[in-house]
Design a protein around this ligand. Structure first.
Ligand SMILES: [Zn+2]
Length: 160
């Protein structure tokens, strides 16, 4: 399993997370022939297709290098998966089960849910660039320097 974590510099932000139907844009590398996808491929829990062994998956992808079919499933939604103020620098927002390929880069685009320190909520926030808004009390709410990291989730489980 591959976990997606983000880090960010924020002002008056309590939480950053993604909605259940978020589309994750991933660049993938085939584990057989090491061919990389030329563009990021979108994967969402809302897209359900039949996978290699007949199970339901969220994306089936045929490698252009070796012709093998691979698939990806976004792990079940958990509202607690979020970047939260006061937490660790890197916080997990989603995880993927990948067969036959490794995601090596995640593209930060739009669609994020942001909760300000005063409880104000913002939908469909674009975090690909610096973002700034004003909360219900007129205080600035901002997010900048968002970074994403993909890594094997097994190591994190061992720490518990
Ligand atoms: Zn391949």
């Amino acid at each position: 399993m591959i976990a997606l974590s983000i880090s960010a510099e924020t002002e008056n932000v309590a939480r950053i997370r993604v909605p259940e139907d978020h589309t994750f844009f991933l660049r993938l590398r085939c584990t057989t022939c090491h061919e990389e996808t030329p563009n990021a491929v979108g994967v969402s829990r809302d897209d359900v297709v039949e996978g290699i062994r007949g199970a339901s998956v969220n994306l089936k992808y045929k490698c252009k290098g070796c012709g093998r079919e691979h698939d990806i499933t976004v792990q079940p939604y958990d509202e607690k998966e979020a970047w939260t103020e006061g937490g660790k620098e890197w916080q997990r927002i989603a995880a993927f089960e990948c067969r036959g390929m490794d995601p090596y880069e995640y593209e930060i685009r739009d669609g994020y849910l942001v909760e300000a320190a005063d409880g104000s909520k913002f939908d469909d926030v674009d975090l690909s660039d610096d973002w700034m808004e004003v909360d219900g009390k007129g205080n600035p709410v901002s997010i900048s320097n968002v970074k994403a990291r993909l890594e094997g989730a097994k190591a994190e489980k061992k720490k518990k």
